[in-house]
Design a protein. Structure first.
Lengths: 345, 223
């Protein structure tokens, strides 16, 4: 099973240039709002037409600008879960789920009944979409896609419309329900947590361009580029100058750091995740990459403190326990561990 | 008391609304699906024109088209033996042309208000364009479409200017209610005119009630 996408499309504010493929594992598409994620899905579904490129699904060409192939959305067998679910407001739950099926009345009824049971929607058959909760609406929309047995299932920001306290539970439910479906799954999101949880592979889209494609965990560990580091949640990024193969100067922070890897010359930024900084007992230890910091502001979160400094434009996140147990209370020395330094293009 | 104007008016308005309704829907669907913005604007302008033109101007244009000495009028008379001007058919034509923009514009905006995502979703679910139109677009646009139909019916019923130009004011043939009111007042028969006015008032009030009924129904799904 595979989906190969390489398309270009001119849009009003930017031009879309996306290039990735899937191999049967869940693929996440991560990008900031308005970066062209949804339009990418729409091009794959065939409700928007790219200017050039090709889209190939399991060897079947859905779109090819050179060969002048452009299958209608109806012929593509692609399930698309819209961000607002796009349930038909004038149809009941069961009508919504069955509308796309071209079967005899009896077969249709049986299939709809079966999926309603699998999706725990019993009792809601005769309700209208505006009479059920957001989570139920999502399940209806998902059932409506899956009943049609699409070759690819695309979820557009599946959890953005839900209350945050429901999210975790609903994510689990959706994950369970997705097991009923054995095809390609594409998940678009601007939330790194969702992507990290759901997707084995990841493509990062920034300003319409797919800038990075690879294994999710690998990308979170080594984002390689500035946009990817930012999107995977790296709060501290500085411009840098490569001094030698093992030393870089972080321009924005005005500090020089040692690295445990050879720094390629094309490295323009370095990043450090807010959780990766460590408190050390002072400069006496002769450790590398230790900075003396003056605290500017401490912002308390539920489980951690966010520390801001006067002399350094870095955010430090530390668990309450670690912070309260630190030995040196007068001065604060922070270490940037070599292995935690992200080298970014 | 002559009730023929009431009969003629209701007959004219009913036949006219049937034509206007279908033509308006068809035109609205056609224009909504046009990709080029310029063509869309141009067509929209042409189709809306009868609404903003003085009815006498519309009547004048219709006379030019259907007059027996004009190409189309001549053709109809010579080959089909149909004389349009000053016939009952002319009252229908006038009513259709004048009321068409109301139907067309209401239907168009009702179609355009249907959420694009719903149409896209329907496409990805494999529904044919025809099925999408009848099962998704029409039901969702129905309140607006029906409202447009009612307005168009009312406008057709009240048509005067263009009708006077192309159909004239022939008793028992083309004298509609508005024509009859005008004629009675002109002849000084205020009582007769009053009687027709009451009939028009009643019909019009019924129309307003129906319009409200549909706009209330519209809120059912979306609250």
């Amino acid at each position: 099973m595979s989906l190969i996408v390489k398309i270009k499309k001119r849009l009003k504010d930017f031009s879309l240039e996306v290039d990735f493929k899937t191999n049967g594992d869940y693929l996440g598409i991560l990008g900031p709002s308005g970066s062209g994620k949804s339009i990418t899905l729409k091009c794959i579904a065939g409700v928007e037409t790219p200017d050039e490129g090709y889209i190939i699904l399991n060897g079947k060409v859905l779109f090819d600008s050179e060969k002048k192939i452009n299958l209608k959305p109806q012929e593509r067998k692609i399930g698309y879960l819209f961000q607002n679910y796009a349930l038909f407001p004038h149809m009941t739950v069961e009508e919504n789920i069955g509308i796309g099926l071209a079967l005899s009345k009896k077969e249709k009824e049986d299939k709809v009944k079966e999926i309603i049971k699998a999706f725990h929607l019993q009792g809601l058959e005769k309700k209208y979409p505006n009479q059920i909760s957001g989570g139920q609406q999502q399940r209806v929309a998902l059932a409506r896609c899956i009943i049609y047995k699409p070759d690819v299932l695309m979820l557009d920001e599946p959890f953005s419309a839900l209350d945050s306290h429901l999210k975790d539970q609903l994510q689990n439910t959706v994950l369970e329900l997705l097991k009923l479906y054995d095809g390609e799954v594409l998940i678009v999101s601007h939330s790194r947590d969702e992507i990290y949880r759901f997707c084995k592979n990841l493509v990062i889209i920034d300003k319409g361009k797919s800038v990075l494609f690879g294994e999710t965990k690998e990308i979170f560990k080594q984002p390689q580029i500035h946009a990817a580091a930012r999107l995977t949640g790296c709060k501290n990024i500085s411009k840098c100058k490569v001094l030698s193969s093992g030393r870089v100067h972080a321009v924005d922070w005005n500090i020089t750091l040692e690295t445990d890897r050879i720094v390629p010359e094309n490295i323009k930024y370095i990043g450090i995740r807010a959780h990766d900084l460590q408190i050390v007992n002072g400069p006496k230890e002769k450790e590398e990459n230790v900075i003396e910091c003056k605290i500017n502001k401490i912002v308390e979160d539920v489980f951690e403190y966010n520390i801001f400094f006067e002399n350094l434009d870095i955010l430090f996140k530390v668990s309450k326990e670690k912070w309260n147990n630190r030995k040196e209370k007068e001065n604060l020395y922070l270490k940037i561990p070599k292995r935690a330094i992200l080298l970014l293009r | 008391m002559d009730i023929s104007p009431i009969i003629i008016s209701l007959k004219t308005a009913s036949v006219a609304i049937a034509l206007t309704f279908l033509l308006g829907l068809f035109a609205a669907r056609w224009v909504v699906n046009i990709k080029s913005k310029k063509v869309k604007m141009l067509l929209d302008g042409i189709l809306t024109l009868p609404l903003v033109l003085p009815p006498t101007v519309v009547g004048f244009i219709l006379l030019i088209i259907f007059g027996v000495n004009r190409p189309i009028g001549k053709f109809l008379l010579q080959f089909l033996g149909v004389k349009i001007v000053f016939s009952w058919t002319a009252t229908v034509i006038a009513a259709v042309v004048i009321s068409f923009p109301l139907m067309y514009r209401s239907a168009r905006s009702a179609f355009e208000q249907v959420d694009d995502n719903l149409i896209m979703a329907a496409r990805t679910l494999g529904m044919s364009e025809r099925k999408i139109f009848w099962r998704i677009i029409m039901p969702l646009a129905l309140p607006g479409v029906a409202g447009g139909g009612i307005l168009a019916f009312a406008r057709g019923l009240g048509e005067f200017g263009a009708t006077a130009m192309i159909a004239g004011n022939i008793e028992n043939k083309t004298r509609t209610l508005p024509m009859a009111i005008y004629s009675e007042v002109a002849a000084g028969n205020m009582d007769n005119a009053f009687y027709y006015v009451v009939v028009v008032l009643l019909i019009s009030f019924l129309v307003v009630l129906l319009t409200n009924h549909f706009s209330i129904k519209e809120r059912k799904y979306f609250k």
